[in-house]
Design a protein around this ligand. Structure first.
Ligand SMILES: C[S@@+](CC[C@H](N)C(=O)[O-])C[C@H]1O[C@@H](n2cnc3c(N)ncnc32)[C@H](O)[C@@H]1O
Length: 375
């Protein structure tokens, strides 16, 4: 067996039968003994991946200014809850708080909450943000009531997905079982989906895979219901697609492992590789709209950041920088906003959920509202 968790999963499957992809992801990421986020240091050059806030301070600064601008559009409620889901090393929140010092009243009004499931990462965040007054929560449902400005970067892609395939015999769920002693994918026939998902997959071509993220939808609805009730807005940034709104229908297997900055077979290193799936922004937006919030986007990360002032910020930072530092800033600018496989600008997208009385927030245009029929 490749990892201690692989051996334990194989024993469990031999004893109780194949597990869903969602159960497998949950165990790989958060197993209390051998889970990836429980034990590994995933971030940075020595880790497995680099996220946007770790590439450059400019990302967190602009997201911070988005939060402060949104707070102003909400009528500057005091106090309000400033929350981040899945803060990793705490870098983005540190950059957000530094950048928003210039906004009168914002930090004094903010009750800052970080939602983090990993105790180990909570420790890292405590160290990064040691000078700030912050409360930690394990779950979104523990956030206090009141107006909410919430941000989440690369959080929803870590939530467990289920995968369903259209086969000649009907709809089957993709499962993880054993081939000899090795973990292997298989199909469990006779899967039942809700009416909308059933119809979507029934209309797809043979072999199509539909991914559903039940906990992501629950969380989007929870955030949206709070926003609709107490006022507020949320900004969700991640890699993903518009789901059923995509021209090709948003089908496909996007479960992927990431290890030492390279793609990895998702069954190869359970517990020692990161596991993610692309986010279905269309489904998150629909879940939010169903409980009374408005949804804008998804817009490409590059477009969002440029609209928020990335080029101006990069030029300002370069003005006082050495040639080496200026080159680093330029490279970070291209990585955050650029196209193609090396840039995050198109692959990553942003979705905004806002109170029904709020119009398009900064970075989004009015005609980018989800579900709005063009005039
Ligand atoms: C890929 S990291 C992103 C970190 C950070 N936002 C960044 O951009 O660098 C995912 C983060 O979400 C946290 N996380 C994943 N699932 C979670 C859950 N269900 N509840 C709370 N935190 C979770 C992880 O522990 C980690 O901090």
């Amino acid at each position: 067996m490749t990892t201690p968790l692989a051996a334990r999963l194989a024993r469990d499957i031999a004893a109780t039968g194949p597990m869903t992809v969602a159960d497998y992801m949950e165990r790989c990421l958060f197993d209390p003994v051998d889970g990836y986020y429980t034990t590994a240091e995933p971030f940075g050059a020595k880790g497995d991946f680099v996220t946007a806030p770790e590439i450059s301070q400019m990302f967190g600064e602009l997201i911070g200014l988005w939060a402060a601008d949104t707070w102003t559009r909400l009528g500057s409620p005091t106090p309000f809850v400033l929350a981040e889901l899945g803060p990793g090393r705490g870098t983005m929140m540190a950059d957000m708080l530094r950048a928003t010092r210039i906004v009168p009243g914002f930090l004094a009004a903010a009750r800052i909450h970080l939602v983090e499931a990993s105790e180990r990462l909570r420790e890292v965040q405590r160290a990064t943000l040691s000078s700030e007054r912050i409360a930690w929560k394990v779950s979104l449902t523990e956030l206090p009531a009141g107006p909410l400005v919430l941000v989440a970067n690369e959080f929803f892609d870590a939530l467990p997905i289920r995968q369903f395939a259209r086969t000649p015999e009907g709809i089957a769920e993709r499962m993880i079982g054993l081939d000899g002693e090795r973990l292997a994918f298989g199909l469990r026939p006779g899967a039942r989906l809700d009416e909308v998902a059933q119809a979507r997959l029934a209309a797809a071509s043979a072999g199509a895979i539909l991914e559903l993220c039940p906990s992501g939808l629950t969380m989007a609805a929870e955030i949206a219901a709070r926003i609709a009730r107490d006022g507020g807005a949320a900004l969700i940034v991640d890699y993903g697609h518009a789901g059923a709104r995509e021209p090709a229908g948003g089908f496909g297997d996007t479960l992927q492992g990431l290890r030492a900055h390279a793609y990895d077979d998702p069954l190869a290193h359970p517990g020692t590789a990161d596991l993610t799936a692309h986010v279905d922004f269309g489904a998150l937006g629909d879940a939010a709209r169903a409980v009374g919030a408005r949804a804008f986007g998804p817009v490409a990360q590059g477009l969002l950041l440029e609209r928020l002032g990335l080029s101006t910020r990069a030029a300002r930072l370069k003005r006082d920088a050495s040639p080496e530092t200026a080159a680093t800033i330029e490279a970070a600018h291209a990585r955050l906003a650029g196209p193609g496989p090396d840039g995050m600008g198109e692959l990553f997208k942003a979705l905004a959920l806002v109170h029904p009385a709020l119009d398009a927030p900064a970075g989004f245009a009015p005609d980018e509202e989800m579900g709005k029929v063009a005039a």
